[in-house]
Design a protein around this ligand. Structure first.
Ligand SMILES: C[S@@+](CC[C@H](N)C(=O)[O-])C[C@H]1O[C@@H](n2cnc3c(N)ncnc32)[C@H](O)[C@@H]1O
Length: 224
């Protein structure tokens, strides 16, 4: 898909995005997002960034973590998603921007998160390079997404889940094509081990990929 098509897709699903996430993960995505925020190392008083923030739930978890002395920015290129994020929390800075060319100076943030964004960008090494650039030395980023497991059973379970539960639920809202893209995007996504190699190649020093949720999801933790 072209970047413009990806942006259009996420603008179109914005009104149902949160509701579908809750329904389809039985609320579990909130647990995975809390783990991601914890593994980013964000703490009271920090300046934090959530890339591909969508409707803003991870940024809000960061906001609660850093407290009134901290600062949180959420970046996304889909303005309809940002409009929902703004309603969620007007105290966070919601900024339109591209994950492949982040609108920040180098070494700006103490912690960075990204949820279900890396699989959607058209240039994964460039996105990782940008996370590296905007992090302060010694800081961490945590990147949550589907895990392309090397276990055939996990892959079969994922494909069944996406084909049997996710696409029909989206179809009931007239969004079949918008959710049918997820399965092929997971098939194309680098495995955890491949992501570790890509992250090392752009300069990250301490890199670990943690499979979670029975191996169906993964969190890539990146230390600069
Ligand atoms: C699946 S949603 C994830 C939203 C949220 N982070 C979450 O975990 O629920 C992916 C988001 O990435 C955004 N996105 C994709 N490519 C992007 C890019 N190159 N720059 C900025 N945002 C991008 C989309 O607009 C969309 O809001």
């Amino acid at each position: 898909m072209l970047p413009e098509e990806i942006r259009t897709l996420f603008n179109r699903i914005a009104p149902v995005y949160d509701q579908l996430n809750n329904e389809l993960s039985l609320g579990q995505h909130k647990i995975w997002k809390r783990m991601t925020v914890k593994w980013s190392g964000a703490k009271v008083g920090d300046a934090c960034l959530d890339v591909c923030c969508g409707s803003g739930d991870i940024a809000e978890l960061l906001f609660n973590r850093v407290g009134p002395t901290g600062r949180v920015v959420g970046v996304d290129f889909a303005v309809e998603q940002l409009a929902i994020a703004r309603q969620r929390n007007p105290h966070i800075t919601w900024q339109e921007g591209d994950a492949l060319a982040l609108p920040f100076a180098e070494s700006t943030f103490d912690a960075v998160t990204m949820g279900y964004g890396l699989r959607n960008v058209i240039n994964i090494p460039q996105a990782l390079k940008e996370l590296y650039r905007v992090l302060k030395p010694g800081a961490k980023a945590a990147v949550l997404d589907f895990n392309r497991s090397e276990n055939a059973w996990v892959r079969a379970l994922q494909q069944w889940y996406l084909g049997t539960l996710v696409v029909p639920a989206a179809a009931r809202r007239g969004l079949t094509a918008e959710y049918a893209y997820i399965a092929p995007s997971v098939e194309r996504f680098p495995t955890g081990a491949e992501q570790v190699n890509l992250a090392r190649a752009v300069g990250f020093s301490a890199v670990t990929h943690y499979p979670i949720a029975g191996g169906t999801m993964g969190v890539l933790v990146l230390g600069k």
